[in-house]
Design a protein around this ligand. Structure first.
Ligand code: FPP
Length: 222
């Protein structure tokens, strides 16, 4: 969800104004994804690198994300949508963690769209956590090194029980992955739009999905 800061700066507004608009965009995209019948929507809300932003922006983002997620609980319930979080929970302020855990808990039995919020997420950290867990099993004699397979590694990630993403949308024209789901996106289709995140809405999602539907996926085969 890139481009909140630039959206605000271009209008002579403080960066926080861009984040507030970004929340509105996230709400419309969740609605549109649920309406389309998508099974999963992952939103990259806060990366492990985002901690190095100015302290004020970080604390504002933390409370904004927590408040926004809590405010969406009634709509998530009404849409039979479930919230899950990807990332390292420790390191987040306890209050923020509790607030988000509450929404995850309340929506856990919903069977419609699963909204995955990548929060305090970094793909390299995720891989480190997975490899540590596998190494522990090897050290304990529960796993042989030759039994470490793609499946084993996938099952050790935060996304253990989830399918790999079909489509990755990056806003604001940046042509990079920025430490997002590095293992899982091996065969994901990429779609980059110059639109800044606060201007991204349902129509943009439809456009991306429609273009995705026209692509031929070979998964390395012919
Ligand atoms: C990117 O803009 C956005 C973020 C760092 C994260 C915050 C995202 C939101 C507030 C959207 C709402 C999300 C949810 C799940 C409620 P940027 O600051 O990197 O913009 P810039 O690249 O233009 O500086």
């Amino acid at each position: 969800m890139d481009g909140n800061g630039r959206w605000a700066t271009r209008r002579g507004l403080p960066r926080v104004a861009g984040h507030h608009e970004g929340v509105k965009a996230a709400r419309s995209v969740v609605r549109a994804a649920s309406g389309l019948g998508l099974r999963y929507l992952t939103l990259y809300a806060f990366s492990t690198e985002n901690w190095s932003r100015p302290v004020d922006e970080v604390s504002m983002l933390m409370s904004l994300l927590e408040r926004s997620v809590n405010a969406e609980l009634p709509e998530l319930m009404a849409r039979n949508a479930r919230l899950r979080v990807l990332g390292r929970p420790h390191g987040l302020p306890a209050g923020v963690r509790r607030g988000i855990d509450h929404v995850v808990h309340e929506t856990r039995h919903n069977t419609g769209l699963t909204v995955l919020m990548a929060f305090n997420y970094g793909a390299r950290d995720e891989l480190i956590d997975a490899f540590r867990s596998l190494a522990r099993q090897v050290a304990a004699g529960e796993l042989r090194p030759e039994d470490i397979s793609e499946k084993k590694i996938s099952e050790s990630l935060y996304t253990a029980d989830l399918p790999d993403p079909d489509l990755l949308i990056r806003t604001s024209g940046e042509m990079r992955i920025s430490n997002f789901l590095l293992w899982q996106i091996a065969y994901t289709e990429l779609w980059v739009t110059p639109t800044l995140w606060p201007d991204f809405g349902a129509v943009d999602l439809y456009r991306a999905v429609a273009e995705f539907q026209g692509r031929t996926r070979r998964f390395g085969k012919v």
